[in-house]
Design a protein. Structure first.
Length: 145
């Protein structure tokens, strides 16, 4: 039975800043990953080496600049959550204080993977929040999977 996780974080930055941090290959490395290939257009590749240890791979299915992203998601060399097997949807909602980042990760294969990915997203959205507000997240510690 597929599992879905929901999480959100308020970021002290405008939608355009947050969108760039999610879609610009150089900017994404400030908060997640050690290398990235991002083609933020429908059919474009999403590829991020997370923590220098795990490669996340998928394909963009929806890109509405500064408002919404959706892409398939999975991990190289992982039979449980292989590349493209799950779906990440990110909505950016303008707030007086900045942007509400609403993330839904669906089509995860089970509750264990849902809990594991929730932990990962909470970690990385915290780093995104710091960087979007003008801070530096510093080197990332590899996540155990």
């Amino acid at each position: 039975m597929a599992a879905t996780l929901y999480t959100e974080v308020e970021v002290s930055a405008p939608q355009a800043t947050v969108f760039a941090l999610l879609t610009d290959p150089d900017k994404i490395l400030r908060w997640i990953g050690t290398e990235a290939t991002i083609e933020a257009k429908p059919g474009g590749i999403y590829l991020v080496n997370v923590g220098g240890k795990h490669v996340a791979r998928g394909e963009f299915t929806e890109v509405i600049p500064v408002h919404r992203l959706a892409y398939s998601f999975g991990w190289d060399d992982n039979d449980t959550v292989p590349p493209g097997s799950s779906l990440v949807e990110i909505d950016l909602v303008a707030k007086d204080s900045g942007t509400l980042v609403r993330l839904t990760h669906s089509r995860l294969p089970n509750e264990k993977e849902c809990v594991s990915h929730q932990k990962g997203w909470n970690h990385y959205l915290g780093r995104l929040k710091l960087v979007a507000a003008g801070g530096e997240a510093g080197p990332d510690r590899p996540m155990e999977m």
